[in-house]
Design a protein around this ligand. Structure first.
Ligand code: HEM
Length: 144
């Protein structure tokens, strides 16, 4: 029995991520970061990642490869404000899906640590990675 099974499998992660992106869609700082206007594909990627992380099917890895999450987030300006907004929406989502206290604490502990690890700038927006068309860490090699 994995954590994935214990909390209700795929359907529970779908509900979690649906609430999360419902909130992201209303967030004036986070929403503009998403390259696609439609948040559906991003929701699908996050769902499959979390499913895999917690012991469910490995569809994420089969379609996206190694997560390399820090690297994949480098193009985005993730300062403490963005992190706190991300966590606030996750908090709403975790509360809405109604897990047992132990499951909730386990999931939250992970999400909080992961979000802190994703911070890649302490500069105000406009100065950090990918700001105002500047090259990102991913696109910079050979150009400077
Ligand atoms: C701390 C604040 C965070 C911000 C502002 C943020 C923002 C973003 C953005 C803008 C994308 C691109 C959307 C897409 O095309 O998929 C993305 C992708 C993704 N994020 Fe985050 N993220 C944050 C934290 C996290 C955390 C903590 C996790 C994991 C627990 C995570 C997991 C993912 C995954 C799995 C993808 C898709 C990666 C791929 O396969 O391309 N993110 N995120």
């Amino acid at each position: 029995m994995t954590f994935y099974d214990e909390i209700g499998g795929h359907e529970t992660f779908v509900r979690l991520v649906a609430v999360f992106y419902r909130e992201v869609a209303l967030d004036p700082v986070l929403k503009p970061m998403y390259p696609e206007e439609d948040l559906g594909p991003a929701a699908e990627r996050l769902t499959l990642f979390l499913v895999q992380y917690w012991g469910g099917p490995t569809t994420y890895g089969e379609t996206r490869g190694h997560p390399r999450l820090r690297m994949r987030h480098m193009p985005f300006h993730i300062d403490p404000d963005a992190r706190d907004r991300w966590l606030q929406h996750m908090r709403t989502a975790v509360d809405e899906i109604g897990l047992s206290p132990l499951h909730e604490a386990t999931l939250w502990d992970y999400l909080e640590r992961a979000a802190y690890a994703m911070v890649n700038t302490f500069e105000p927006s406009g100065i950090g990675p990918a700001a105002a068309g500047r090259p990102t860490l991913e696109t910079r090699s050979g150009q400077e």
